[in-house]
Design a binder for this molecule. Structure first.
Ligand SMILES: [Zn+2]
Length: 141
């Protein structure tokens, strides 16, 4: 699967690979990290959700804080888990619809609308999670 490299992430204005789903970002790391490390000396180690373009990017940086682990606020953890599940669910629907779209070009307009609405729902979930906690670990400088 080819990542979309030509799209510029509005967060930084830099060319970053954008992945619609965490799964595809992680898969990219899994299959390309070794080669990238050989070429450049460092390699992507994890994916993260960009709160600007709502795609997943990859980074060679480890988590900065890991503050979620230590955080005693159980409610926030549960909430973020719930919202992240919602995000994965949206991504799954988007993927399913895109697969269907490839198979059936007719009615694609309707599906495009469905994909659009799931993208919006995902964006809303990203906004919620950002509001719910100061999700500094979502961003990578
Ligand atoms: Zn981005």
């Amino acid at each position: 699967m080819k990542p979309q490299t030509r799209i510029v992430c509005i967060a930084t204005g830099r060319r970053k690979m954008q992945f619609e789903t965490k799964k595809s970002a992680d898969r990219f790391i899994q299959f390309n990290a070794d080669e990238i490390r050989m070429q450049s000396g460092f390699a992507p180690v994890r994916s993260y959700l960009c709160d600007k373009c709502h795609c997943w990017h990859i980074t060679s940086e480890q988590y900065k804080g890991e503050h979620l682990k230590d955080k005693e606020n159980h409610h926030l953890q549960m909430l973020s888990k719930k919202i992240f599940n919602k995000i994965s669910n949206c991504e799954k629907h988007i993927n399913d619809r895109q697969k269907q779209k490839e198979h059936r070009v007719e009615r694609s307009f309707k599906r495009e609308n469905i994909i659009h609405s799931y993208r919006k729902e995902k964006q809303e979930a990203v906004r919620q999670i950002k509001d719910a906690m100061q999700m500094s670990y979502l961003e990578v400088a």
